[in-house]
Every structure is written in structure tokens, then in C-alpha cells.
Design a protein around this ligand. Structure first.
Ligand code: FAD
Length: 436
């Protein structure tokens, strides 16, 4: 049975789908959003457990101009919480200790920066520009700088965003700005001197009640939302598109003039009936990094490490059983119970998929290492974990070409927009900018 026709049907109620639905509705269209689960937000979810406020997905957002404007339109700008001096102070694990990335005496004394790294920065300006269309992050950094900079500085950065492998990730599909800096200015150092001083300053932020504030505010603007509705097929009609779905055991169809899919790649490839089989296979094969979020709280007096920063990331060469830890309550003190510090550890990524099969072992190892690195002398007052099996899509080599093929599908089917974080970029700011 066909139900009422809509101008736009948005598939998926994560941040991408919510922003797409908001944006189309703002243009005066009749919009319907379909979401498989019983809640909006996708991987963004704030929960309260035993007096601790936990983010069971992203912890904070790096703002951009589009997000800033959206928050103002939604009236939630006054609810923003940030802690600039803490959030902008970053650490990396070095020789089993968090090392502050600040050019002071402790930093220079640590041996983190080798003479070859300094020389690579000083001479980067004089290296030849590449004509390669696609290259891995690792190859690009080795070519323009050197292997130590890749291993010590870039590898943890890649971990922090993609939980991925810089040898496999495509520079052009991930760090587009670095690619453009070389193409436009011939050098990274040169581009930094010429960068726009008036550009939007990106800051890590959340809201008074956590990231759910953004989801709730977007959801409240939408006129037609159907939860518990699993989209099972998308077909192209002579005019518009037919969406089949299953809701509480019943199957039915909607018709829409335009469709915006924000479904994860493997689900999208499975339900979109008019994709070429080879392309569907390629999309289904996009790798996703799994991630475990491990929340640990300790009495304030039991933590030996000074908590004057955002937290730290671990380079792969440090060979640790976790990827890094955010000092959550140092940034947002209201998330922890009084008298305790709350931390969020990231465990997993493309190099540690064992978290899916042996989570208990992974937790024990990560906790032990973290307590040593943070000089912690007491048992936890609270512990919880949450696993996201397909957390972060990996934009590996070949991604740029694959996205060109997906662009071509959009062109052949006017009114069909293929979005979601695997199209726009994984950061929440990218999901917002790509769907407004
Ligand atoms: C653990 C973790 C930590 C992260 N940390 C950060 C961070 O600190 N900062 C940051 O900027 N970004 C972070 N990210 C990335 C960012 O959160 C995500 O890229 C972004 O939220 C994805 O939004 P989305 O709407 O594209 O996809 P999703 O949130 O995955 O939404 C897709 C939606 O589609 C629905 N769906 C699936 N199948 C169907 C179907 N058949 N029918 C209908 N609906 C369906 C799903 O239920 C879901 O609600 C993190 C991600 C994870 C997983």
C-alpha cells in the first residue's frame, strides 16, 4: 500500500539525516524522515549512568561556520559549553607518559623532537610538488616531511579521527586541506604563512546537557518523523522514488519526489536497487573501524597526572592496548560525580578488531595501561563500556575514485542525494556542512 507522497524523504535519523531534513523543510518542502531505531541521533547518544554523563559516541564537536549558524538558528547557541584553554592543550603518549605538545623546556628535554624532524620542517618549503592524484597519508608525510613526523605526530592524529591506518587512508579523501595546501601553495609550511587569519576558529564544544541537545533541537523542528521504520528498498520511478519499509512487522511504501539517503554505506548498497552490482559491491566493502568507549572514574586525589588538557593519543609505535584517553571531566566538569574524575578511553580501531570478539580481555589490558600512564593509585569508582561495531568509515586508497562513481549515480538520478558520513566526511561539522 502506498502512503501519502512527500517532497523529500530522508533515510536515517543521525546528524546527517536530521540536518538534511531540517534544511529541506526550511525550504518549504514536505519532508518525511525515516529512522530504523527507536530514537534520533544515530551514533550520537548522551546517557546518564550512576550519576555520570556519558557520550556513547562522539564526545565533542569541532565547530565550523555552518554548525555555528545552525546552532544560532536552532536557538541553542546559549547552551554551548566549551573550555578553551583545556580543550586546546593536547598531549601525546611518549615513552609511557602523556607529553604536553607545548614548546617548553619539558617538551624539548623529552627527546620527542629529533634533529631530523626539525630539519624536515625547515626544508619542507623546498620540496617539489607532487603530481600524484591519490596517495596515502603516510606516503605524503614521508615525502614532504619524514618518517619520524609520520610515526610520532601524524599517526596519533589519524588515530584520533579515523582510528585508521595512515598507510591505507587516502590523503585526498581524509585530509583534503593538506592535499590542497601542496597543490595551491607548493608547500605546507608556505601555506601556513598565507592562511586566512579571518577564517572561522575551530573549537571543541558540547552543550549544557551533552551532544543530545543538538539532536533534540533538530528533531523538535521536524513535522514528519517515523521511528522504528527500517527502509528495505529504494526504487527509481518515472517521477520520483519508491521507498519500501518495515515498521513493527508491517511492510508498506512511501513515494517521494526527492530522496536523501544518509544510511551507512553497507546498508545503502544493500537497499538501493538501481546501483550497478559492481558498484554496490564496492560500497558494501568500505571498511569500518570498530570502537569501544571505556569510561573510567577515580577519586580526584588518586590521579597523579595533571589534568590541564583535552587528553592524549597514542601513536601506533607506542604499541598500547588503547588508542588514547580523553580527560572528560577536566573539559566538562559537570559530567562526573563530585570528588571524582571521569575519563573516556578509545579502544579498538582497524588494528585492534579483537575488541569485538574478546571485549573483556581488551578492557583489562587498556585499563591497566591507562592507570600506569596516568599514575593512578586507586580502584575505579565507576566503570562502563560501549562498543560501536561499525564506528568510523575508512577512506582508504581508491576512495576518491569510488566517490566519483557515486557522484555519477546522483547525476543519473536527479532528486537522489547520497549522503551520510561516508560521503561528507566523518566529523560532525562535516556532516552538518554537507547536508545544509
Ligand atoms: C565512537 C565514535 C566517536 C566519534 N567521535 C567523534 C567526535 O568526537 N567528534 C566528531 O565530530 N565526530 C565523531 N565521530 C563521528 C561522528 O559522530 C559520525 O561520523 C556522525 O555522527 C555520523 O552521522 P550520520 O548521520 O552520517 O550516521 P549515523 O549516526 O550512523 O546515522 C545513520 C542512521 O541511519 C539509521 N539506519 C540504519 N539503517 C537504516 C534503515 N535500513 N532504515 C532507516 N534507518 C536506518 C541508523 O539507525 C542511524 O540512526 C565519532 C563516531 C563514533 C562512532
Amino acid at each position: 500500500m502506498k502512503e501519502t507522497a512527500y517532497d523529500t524523504i530522508v533515510l536515517g535519523g543521525g546528524i546527517s539525516g536530521l540536518v538534511a531534513a531540517y534544511s529541506h523543510q526550511k525550504k518549504g518542502k514536505k519532508v518525511l524522515l525515516l529512522e530504523a531505531s527507536d530514537k534520533l541521533g544515530g551514533v550520537i547518544e548522551t546517557i546518564i549512568k550512576e550519576g555520570y554523563r556519558l557520550e556513547q559516541g562522539p564526545n565533542s564537536i569541532l565547530t565550523n561556520a555552518e554548525l555555528q549558524q545552525l546552532m544560532e538558528e536552532l536557538g541553542i547557541a546559549p547552551k554551548i559549553r566549551k573550555n578553551e584553554s583545556i580543550a586546546s592543550t593536547r598531549y601525546l603518549l611518549f615513552k609511557d607518559m602523556p607529553l604536553k605538545m607545548k614548546p617548553d623546556w619539558t617538551f624539548f628535554k623529552s627527546g620527542f623532537l629529533t634533529p631530523s624532524m626539525v630539519w624536515a620542517f625547515l626544508t619542507e618549503l623546498f620540496r617539489k610538488k607532487s603530481t600524484l592524484k591519490e596517495e596515502s597519508i603516510a606516503s605524503f608525510i614521508r615525502r614532504r616531511l619524514n618518517a619520524d613526523i609520520l610515526n610520532r605526530m601524524i599517526n596519533p592524529l589519524v588515530t584520533g579521527i579515523y582510528a585508521g591506518d595512515p598507510e591505507k587512508l587516502s590523503l585526498r579523501a581524509t585530509f583534503k586541506k593538506l592535499y590542497a595546501m601542496e597543490q595551491d601553495y607548493g608547500s605546507l609550511v608556505g601555506a601556513m604563512f598565507k592562511r586566512d587569519k579571518n577564517a572561522h576558529k575551530r573549537e571543541a564544544m558540547s552543550f549544557d546537557k551533552g551532544l543530545i541537545t543538538l539532536i533534540d533541537a533538530l528533531g523538535a523542528t521536524l513535522n514528519h518523523v517515523k521511528l522504528n521504520t527500517v527502509v528495505t528498498a529504494v526504487k527509481s520511478l518515472n517521477e520520483g522514488f519508491n521507498i519500501s519499509y518495515n515498521s513493527n512487522g508491517k511492510t508498506a511504501d512511501f513515494v517521494g519526489k526527492e530522496i536523501v539517503s544518509t544510511l551507512p554505506a553497507p546498508i545503502f548498497s544493500n537497499i538501493c536497487s538501481f546501483l550497478e552490482p559492481d558498484l554496490a559491491k564496492e560500497i558494501a566493502a568500505i571498511e569500518y573501524a570498530p570502537m569501544m568507549l571505556l569510561y573510567l572514574a577515580y577519586p580526584t586525589g588518586a590521579v597523579g597526572q595533571a589534568l590541564d588538557g583535552f587528553g592524549y593519543l597514542n601513536a601506533q609505535q607506542e604499541n598500547q592496548p588503547y588508542l588514547g584517553g580523553i580527560w572528560t571531566s577536566a573539559i566538562f566538569p559537570e559530567v562526573a560525580k563530585k570528588g571524582t574524575h571521569l575519563f573516556t578511553l578509545f579502544v579498538g580501531g582497524v588494528h585492534n578488531k579483537a575488541i569485538l570478539t574478546k571485549p573483556k580481555e581488551a578492557i583489562i589490558k587498556a585499563k591497566l595501561a591507562f592507570e600506569k600512564h596516568m599514575n593512578i593509585s586507586s580502584e575505579t569508582t565507576f566503570q562502563h563500556h560501549y562498543v560501536v561495531e561499525k564506528a568510523i568509515p575508512q577512506f582508504n586508497l581508491g576512495y576518491y575514485k569510488l566517490m566519483e562513481k557515486v557522484d555519477a549515480v546522483e547525476k543519473s538520478y536527479p532528486g537522489f542525494q547520497i549522503s551520510g558520513n561516508w560521503r561528507t566526511g566523518v566529523a560532525i561539522g562535516d556532516c552538518v556542512a554537507g547536508n545544509l
